[in-house]
Structures are given as structure tokens and as C-alpha cells.
Design a protein around this ligand. Structure first.
Ligand SMILES: Nc1ncnc2c1ncn2[C@@H]1O[C@H](COP(=O)(O)OP(=O)(O)O)[C@@H](O)[C@H]1O
Ligand SMILES: [Mg+2]
Length: 263
């Protein structure tokens, strides 16, 4: 359904995503996992057309997201829902207004129809009855659920999640994880979930992609990943501090950073 081909992204001299091939299968959950700074968010932004590749292609069905006109890209992006790392709710709108926002922006539906859609989406995330709360009145977990409801408002073909459990207590994290799992299963949706949460990723995904320093170092079913003998994969899934994945990945010598000198 979505395919990255020789896809890469560089920012200045940082290769955030090194040339890679990736295939997001339709129906089900693909988890993109890896440590902080491994390129997960950048890859997600490339796959969703938010970022232009430095090289290669992103095929969404048969269209190359990096090469189609802006207008067409905006149209295609209506088929994609995004749940950003910090929920990114509009603080001036209540829960209803946030979930209705994409419908107001992209459709000419009557308010009565929009209201029904919003109620359905809030029911799906367990927040019907909370439509009049403002974002500042929501817990972190509730805000994520509102962001999820908003991402589903347009009945997208694919929903992208960036770190859906980060910053949440373990219980709220568990709620979000199972909500993503159950919703995707019931609605036959396609989801791409970026996470550094090994447990969450392996427990809900059909397909796992593991990144390290901008490259894919493993991919397969959760069981394939658990059984991997690659030292980097083992270090990541066992959460060990020591191993081939270094604690610091800055390429600048420490002293130069401390003294502000050029190497
Ligand atoms: N907009 C940007 N400008 C410059 N560097 C960036 C930008 N976005 C990401 N990077 C760099 O690219 C690398 C990968 O970042 P990111 O994709 O956010 O990783 P992750 O989501 O796995 O933590 C990091 O070194 C980060 O500092
Ligand atoms: Mg990230």
C-alpha cells in the first residue's frame, strides 16, 4: 500500500534516514521501532508525505508523494490520519471542535452529519460525553485518544502514530496500545506506529521494522524479531545499556562541545 524505494533524508550533514526500501502492508499494524535518534520520526514523515525525500520515492498506491503537485498531495493526505507525538490538539477548540476540525476543513457535510461522525469517533476511543472539555482539561492519555479520534474523522486508509505512549503512565499507555490494536483490527484499518516502546511495539504489530542510525537493521514478525540473534536487535529488545548501540551518538568530540571549539 505504501512503499519506500531507495528512500533517504539528510538534514545538512546528518543522514537521518539512509537509503532504504520499506513496504507498509495494507490492513494491520506495522511498528517502526528503534532508539532515540534512529530516524523513526523522519521515516514516518517521509511515508506520510510531510517531508520530501532527499532521494528515492514514496509510493502511495501508484502515486509518488515526492513528485506529485502540492494540491494532489493535500488531497491524498486526506486519506491519512496523523497522531503526533505531543497530540497537537488545537488549544482554542474543545474536544468536539478538535475531532470535527478535519471534517470542517475538508468536507461540506452538514453540521448534523458531522456531529454524528464525531460522536461515533469519540465512542470508538471511549470519550463520548467529554465533547465539551478543553484540551487543558484532559489528561495526557485522554489527549492522545482525542488525537486518535481526530485522525480517524475522515475514515483514512492509513493512520500514522508517532510515539503514541510516550509521556504516559503505564496504565494510560496500555489503554492507548490496546485501543490502537482493537480499532485497527475491528475496522480493518492500516496503521504505522513509531515507538521506542519495545513491549508495546512487539505486542500489537503484525510487522516490525527495527531502525538503527537511519537504517533498517531487522524486519519481520514480532516473533522473528524476538528470535533475532543480531546483537543490536538483542540489545534493543532487552533494553541493555551496554552493547553495539553506543550511549552517545554525537560525532563531535566531547571536549570540542564543552569548550565550544571546532574539531
Ligand atoms: N528537521 C530536522 N533538522 C535537522 N536534523 C533533524 C531534523 N529532524 C531530525 N533530525 C535529525 O535526524 C536524526 C533522526 O531523527 P528522528 O527521525 O527524529 O529520530 P527518532 O524519531 O528515531 O528519535 C537525529 O539525529 C535528528 O537530530
Ligand atoms: Mg521521534
Amino acid at each position: 500500500m505504501i512503499r519506500g524505494e531507495s528512500l533517504s533524508k539528510t538534514f545538512g550533514d546528518i543522514q537521518a534516514v539512509k537509503p532504504l526500501d520499506i513496504h507498509i502492508r495494507e490492513h494491520g499494524i506495522t511498528a517502526i521501532m528503534g532508539g532515540s535518534g534512529s530516524g523513526k520520526t523522519t521515516l514516518l514523515r517521509l511515508l506520510s508525505g510531510l517531508e520530501k525525500p532527499s532521494s528515492g520515492h514514496v509510493w502511495f498506491a501508484s502515486e509518488d508523494l515526492g513528485r506529485i503537485p502540492e494540491r494532489r498531495l493535500f488531497k491524498l493526505r486526506e486519506q491519512m490520519g496523523m497522531v503526533f507525538q505531543y497530540s497537537a490538539l488545537l488549544n482554542s477548540l474543545d474536544v468536539y471542535g478538535n475531532v470535527a476540525f478535519p471534517l470542517h476543513e475538508h468536507t461540506n457535510l452538514d453540521e448534523e452529519i458531522i456531529r454524528r461522525i464525531v460522536m461515533m469517533k469519540l465512542e470508538q476511543v471511549g470519550l463520548r460525553g467529554f465533547e465539551h472539555l478543553m484540551p487543558s482539561e484532559l489528561s495526557g492519555g485522554m489527549a492522545k485518544r482525542v488525537a486518535f479520534a481526530r485522525a480517524m474523522a475522515m475514515d483514512p486508509r492509513v493512520v500514522f502514530f508517532d510515539e503514541p505512549t510516550s509521556g504516559l503512565d503505564p496504565i494510560s499507555a496500555g489503554v492507548i496500545t490496546s485501543l490502537i490494536h482493537d480499532t485497527v483490527r475491528k475496522a480493518h484499518m492500516t496503521a504505522v506506529v513509531v515507538t521506542h516502546d519495545v513491549h508495546a511495539g512487539l505486542s500489537i504489530a503484525d510487522h516490525v521494522i527495527l531502525m538503527w542510525q537511519g537504517a533498517i537493521i531487522a524486519s519481520g514478525s514480532p516473533d522473528d524479531i524476538r528470535a533475532s540473534e543480531d546483537e543490536r536487535v538483542r540489545q534493543f529488545i532487552e533494553g541493555r545499556p551496554d552493547g553495539p548501540i553506543p550511549f552517545s551518538r554525537s560525532t563531535r568530540p566531547y571536549l570540542d562541545d564543552l569548550l565550544g571549539t571546532q574539531p
